[in-house]
Design a protein. Structure first.
Length: 502
């Protein structure tokens, strides 16, 4: 194939300089169609070898060159803001976020822009630029909602570069395009770490203090999802006061991954919920006697029935949503393809086409005859999806009906095991029994952390509660015998643990 050397292609950061002619259209050696370069064959020109045809470059081609310096940074910030707007649109209109969410994100983004020396708008257009920015950065629906056509149904993150218009993308340098071209799913710990860094940045740079979690509402939702009795609510509040936990973001941060999880208010709330459940409704089959009917442990959980109901709820959710999610599609490998049915293969090809193929450019009449796209599948109108809230309510009723009374014995019999006795601690994920493992997995999903991270955070908090009980017994013993309390050797360990908690 003969190539002609010309200027840089410039499309998607392409630096190719060699081009070839195919069906009257010019392409670079990497396959990018060159607009403004088209040659039509004329029968009258047959046999005119030796003549040189010069094609005048259009002005549009020069404007598509890659930006550098100030213009590239300004365009990058504009593209970043566009993706941020699309994410807000998807969260507000498709995921039930309140309308005030967009205003908060816009204000935080405006503060972040102040740290950049380059401004988006030129100084001569400051007033008009501010008004246009506020008008553009708005996801409120107008007369016609074009969210389906614009591709806002899903939150743009993976391959977010596809959400940027081609005219903007062609002018961005490759190093900026690589920032938007994300092809892997981040770990939940990375998301938490990024949120924590951003929260501390706004506190340190602008004095913006993030409010603490709405713990009563979140605690109620977690209790309902875990399908445990409401008695654990008061126990969580008591443990919070005992170990002096708060549900606010910290102001300082140390570079220690092992101590990172307990600094997150979401993890603290779930950790207290797990410990409270283990205190009142332990996972073992040991019979415990309460001293009175007013204790929260007067009921016993049927954990086998709880596990069956949770399994039914998970299977129902999977059966209702037969569409492969984005995470599953990204993690597919060559072995998984052989186990997929025809519908799943169609879903994968649709996702691949929308995420990786570029349909921009001139239309090739031959390629249109073999379009890779398939018609949009028609949805079944008569099929109604089950309500997750109703299904969860059914799980709650089934678990609450299975609650049984715990034996009550007010006598101080040494042979009776009281609630809280024989408390099992699990330091590693492998130590979890089957029922406890499922409970920990659901709790880890609620806190958006991995299972090993939650197990480690619960173990550290249990150690602190046990140390507090040991100090209380030592203090009572010293007062009983009139002995002055001496400095114990565990003070350094307690200080180290306090640093880990706070």
């Amino acid at each position: 194939m003969d190539y002609v050397t010309r200027g840089v292609c410039g499309q998607e950061g392409c630096r190719e300089r060699k081009y070839y002619l195919d069906n009257g259209l010019w392409f670079c050696r990497r396959g990018h169609l060159q607009e403004g370069r088209q040659i039509e064959e004329d029968p009258d020109d047959f046999g005119t070898q030796g003549h040189r045809n010069r094609v005048r470059k259009e002005k549009e081609e020069r404007s598509r060159k890659t930006y550098r310096g100030r213009r590239a940074a300004t365009l990058f910030l504009q593209a970043y803001q566009l993706i941020l707007w699309k994410q807000c649109h998807a969260l507000v209109h498709d995921h039930g976020f309140p309308d005030q969410f967009e205003a908060i994100v816009r204000d935080l983004w405006a503060l972040r822009l102040q740290t950049f020396t380059l401004r988006i708008n030129e100084s001569a257009e400051d007033e008009d630029g501010d008004e246009s920015e506020r008008e553009v950065f708005s996801s409120q629906a107008g007369d016609t909602d074009e969210s389906e056509d614009l591709g806002f149904k899903d939150i743009p993150y993976i391959r977010a570069v596809k959400s940027i218009p081609r005219d903007m993308r062609d002018k961005l340098p490759p190093e900026f395009i690589a920032i938007f071209d994300i092809g892997r799913i981040p770990k939940v710990e990375q998301i938490h770490s990024g949120c924590l860094d951003l929260a501390m940045y706004y506190q340190r740079r602008f004095g913006v203090a993030l409010p603490p979690l709405n713990s009563p509402l979140l605690l109620y939702r977690h209790i309902r999802r875990l399908a445990v009795p409401i008695d654990v609510y008061d126990t969580v509040k008591s443990l919070q006061k005992l170990i002096d936990f708060d549900f606010a973001y910290p102001r300082l941060r140390r570079n220690n991954e092992r101590r990172e999880s307990l600094k997150l208010p979401e993890v603290r709330l779930v950790v207290l919920l797990v410990i409270s459940t283990k205190l009142i409704f332990p996972f073992d089959d040991l019979e415990r006697y309460t001293a009175s009917y007013s204790e929260p442990a007067t009921q016993s959980m049927d954990w086998s029935r709880w596990a069956d109901n949770q399994k039914w709820f998970d299977n129902l959710s999977m059966a209702e949503d037969d569409k492969l999610d984005k995470e599953t599609l990204i993690r597919l490998n060559d072995h998984d393809v052989f186990r997929m049915d025809l519908d799943q293969l169609d879903q994968y090809m649709d996702w691949y086409e929308s995420s990786w193929l570029d349909s921009y450019g001139g239309k090739n009449p031959v390629a249109d005859l073999f379009s890779p796209s398939r018609p949009e599948p028609q949805t079944q109108q008569g099929k109604q999806s089950a309500d997750p809230s109703a299904a969860l309510q059914r799980v709650l009723r089934s678990v609450m009906v299975a609650l049984g009374p715990a034996p009550v014995d007010p006598s101080e019999d040494a042979d009776h095991v009281r609630p809280g006795s024989w408390y099992r601690r699990y330091r590693w994920e492998s130590q979890l029994p089957e029922t406890a493992r499922r409970f920990y997995e659901i709790a880890a999903d609620l806190a958006a952390v991995s299972l090993p991270t939650l197990v480690r955070a619960v173990a550290v908090t249990e150690w602190r509660i046990g140390k507090w009980l040991e100090d209380q017994r030592r203090e009572a013993y010293m007062k009983k015998w009139g002995v002055a309390e001496a400095n114990d050797g565990d003070g350094a360990q307690l200080d180290e643990l306090d640093e880990e908690i706070h």
